[in-house]
Design a protein around this ligand. Structure first.
Ligand SMILES: Nc1ncnc2c1ncn2[C@@H]1O[C@H](COP(=O)(O)OP(=O)(O)OP(=O)(O)O)[C@@H](O)[C@H]1O
Length: 261
């Protein structure tokens, strides 16, 4: 039997203003699985990824991540758990003046002793590792550039390289290719899938580009109004299901045959 990556039982989550972002979520995933989360803006994709990443705590229900309940363990164990989880943020949290190499090295801050983490912020403690990750994303020539001299798509790839360098057991990505052209989007998604596959990590990505989700991911979870609307193999996600998933409160439906929503 494969190791569990995460398990959600009746999980709900409300933001501090009372807005219920997720309701009664029952999902699980195993090591080595790759899953795309799709759904309209505001359907709860980021909230779900943040719950898996243990950045947010559920308001109701129970969950385990990499076989532990993150909310009953000590702070030290929680830090250790988080070092095994990598999240590519929608907008990479990278200080503008930071060098690309330093930003990529930050992927291992949670795994290194304090002295090495501090040293890595002023002096590159590894060059080959970050270079290899950037090379996979066609960005190796920007290793020593400042991050504020990069385009949005390049910066997004630095965020992806950081997580590749981290090599987490659970690889999460929140719209990781939203600022990239179609060729780079495919390259980046393939790179993340390949990385997860070779290390038997679980990979979960939220995507607005439904065509990319269906092309590359074997399993698709459709979120609608904070609930799981479907959880299916990509081959079973029909045009009609997609129409229902994206049916907006405004009554505007995506065009027939369009999967890039
Ligand atoms: N910090 C917050 N405080 C209050 N409500 C929030 C907060 N962040 C998100 N929400 C609300 O929670 C719901 C889910 O938001 P979430 O960001 O998870 O959706 P999403 O599917 O990722 O959206 P998008 O595709 O636009 O990124 C939305 O109704 C949103 O307005």
């Amino acid at each position: 039997m494969r190791k569990a990556a995460f398990l959600f039982k009746q999980v709900s989550f409300s933001h501090s203003n009372g807005k219920e972002a997720l309701k009664n979520i029952n999902i699980s995933a195993s090591a080595g699985e790759s899953i795309a989360i799709i759904g309209s803006s505001g359907s709860g994709k980021t909230s779900l990824l943040n719950l898996i990443a243990t950045s947010l705590r559920p308001s109701a229900g129970s969950l385990s991540v990499l076989n532990v309940d993150p909310w009953v363990i000590s702070k030290r164990d929680l830090r250790s758990l988080r070092s095994k989880i990598g999240l590519v943020h929608q907008a990479a949290p990278i200080p503008p003046r930071q060098r690309v190499i330093t930003a990529v090295l930050a992927g291992r801050l949670g795994q290194w002793p304090l002295w090495k983490s501090l040293l890595s912020l002023i002096y590159p403690v590894d060059i080959d590792g970050p270079q290899l990750c950037l090379q996979k994303l066609d960005l190796a020539d920007r290793l020593f550039d400042r991050c504020d001299r990069l385009s949005g798509g390049q910066l997004q790839r630095v965020g992806v390289a950081r997580v590749l360098y981290q090599a987490p057991h659970l690889l999460l990505a929140d719209e990781p290719v939203s600022a990239m052209d179609p060729v780079l989007s495919d390259l980046t998604i393939q790179c993340l899938l390949e990385d997860a596959r070779t290390r038997d990590a679980c990979f979960v990505a939220s995507l607005h580009a439904v065509d990319i989700a269906l092309r590359w991911f074997p399993r698709i979870i459709g979120l609608r109004d904070g609930e799981v609307f479907f959880d299916l193999p990509a081959s079973e996600v029909s045009e009609s299901l997609l129409q229902q998933l994206y049916e907006s409160e405004r009554g505007v439906l995506p065009k027939q045959g369009s999967t890039n929503i």
